[in-house]
Design a protein around this ligand. Structure first.
Ligand code: GLV
Ligand code: GLV
Length: 327
């Protein structure tokens, strides 16, 4: 009998085809809306594996509804939607899709850096509102990007790709990470420094950390108060790493000077979110990896991981490889 699989969203056909070649599958038939929790749990009873999005909470209740499940293939680089301890306790493999979204997400970080520093969205809105009256010397002036100091918090794949892009802008780079990252230093000339020193000296502060118990709430009033009034703060990692109330107060008081945000504590954010009322906030709806090519790669990577785990082949991206049988 073929393995039984559930796919929690309509994903690109190439990924569906590669699953269908080896498994019997059912798929939630919406590309845009998450499967409601009760329908998700009901769909899991006979499955050997699940392909999930970061909109699904994969926890003890999820696993209890899926007694035969051996693998969860999350279609994302991050996996803070997954209770890894609960999976480990049940010997369920988790896989993710690192690598295929690195450059795409680094590009989006740069889009936010440039947009926030040069007031792109504010300027667009001003024109659309009919409020462009004349050219004046200090009209819509922003912050210089070229030659500014780039501060990267989190030196993983994406942080390294962001740093590589800085060479064309002649930016000195500082980074903070739990441990030094020699590859980043060699490739980009980045210099390791303590977090507080980075926050005090960087003109751009870019957060690229996973969300963990260590990083939750890592950016609060104290951290923002250390930043320059001209600093641009960018979060393209996970919303809860930042205390949004503290960021709102900090931006209102002008330190940092601007923020570019791809992620929020609660997603989707409603239009009434206080941060969106600030002219110095540039917000986009969690689109770091959102290009056609990358989303297809993420879906096919998740499918490859899922099928490999269910057919006993080497799994490309195991998060908790200890649960795999020894080969
Ligand atoms: C998106 O945020 C991801 O982790 O892939
Ligand atoms: C993500 O995959 C990272 O390592 O930054």
């Amino acid at each position: 009998m073929k393995p039984q699989v559930y796919i929690t969203r309509r994903i690109p056909q190439a990924a569906v085809d590669s699953i269908a070649a080896a498994c019997d599958y059912a798929m939630w038939d919406s590309a845009d809306l998450p499967v409601p929790r009760d329908q998700l749990l009901a769909a899991l009873s006979g499955v050997d594996g699940v392909l999930t999005m970061l909109t699904e909470r994969v926890d003890a209740a999820f696993l209890a509804a899926a007694p035969r499940c051996r693998v969860v293939a999350n279609m994302a680089g991050g996996y803070d939607n997954v209770d890894l301890a609960a999976l480990n306790a049940r010997n369920v493999l988790l896989t993710n899709t690192p690598g295929v979204l690195t450059d795409t997400t680094a590009d989006l970080v740069w889009a936010l850096m440039l947009a926030a520093a040069r007031r792109i969205v504010e300027g667009h809105n001003l024109i659309v509102a009919g409020r462009w009256t004349t050219w004046s010397p200090m009209f819509m002036v922003g912050q210089e990007v070229s030659g500014a100091t780039l501060g990267i918090v989190g030196a993983g794949r994406i942080g390294t790709a962001v740093a590589r892009r800085a060479s064309g802008f002649a930016m000195p780079i500082r980074y903070y990470n739990r441990r030094p990252a020699p590859a980043l230093e060699e490739q980009t000339g980045a210099r390791y420094c303590e977090l507080d020193e980075l926050l005090r000296t960087a003109d751009f502060i870019v957060v690229l950390l996973p969300l963990t118990e260590e990083t939750r709430g890592m950016f609060g009033a104290r951290e923002f108060a250390l930043m320059k009034p001209t600093a641009v703060f960018v979060n393209a990692a996970r919303g809860p790493i930042v205390d949004e109330d503290a960021l709102y107060n900090a931006l209102q008081q002008g330190r940092p000077g601007a923020a570019g945000l791809d992620v929020f504590t609660v997603e989707p954010v409603g239009a009434e979110h206080p941060l969106l009322s600030l002219p110095n906030v540039t917000a986009v709806p969690h689109i770091g990896s959102a290009t056609v090519a990358t989303r297809i790669r993420m879906a096919t990577t998740a499918a490859t991981n899922l099928v490999a785990a269910l057919t006993g082949r080497p799994v490309p991206n195991p998060v908790n490889p200890a649960v795999l049988p020894p080969t």
